[in-house]
Design a protein around this ligand. Sequence first.
Ligand SMILES: [Zn+2]
Length: 115
Amino acid sequence: MELNIYAYKCKRCGQLHYPYKTICKKCGDNDHNEFDIVALPKNGKLLTYTILYNPPSDFEVAALYLGIVELEGGMRITGQLDIKNPKTGMKVAGKVEVVRKDGYKKHLGMVFYQV
Ligand SMILES: [Zn+2]
């Protein structure tokens, strides 16, 4: 089964939120906390990135590439990049994967690949 990260969509105006907010950032509606849970889009555009050469030891990569991606629909999220030569503005596709292992605990996150 394909893994997803979920966002909260305002029932009144359609604005997506991630992480969860109790008040819609667009229309300010919070009367009933009415949000639909929808899967976050996975494709988008790389806005900026940075490379950590000494990531914490529980990340199983030599260097950690972190990017901020604008997803289809305009939401921005931080994710790991599995791209050797990232370029600002490039198109990327995301997959939800295990990004960190902490003993037996596995942490999922979005990993972006070049399209
Ligand atoms: Zn709203």
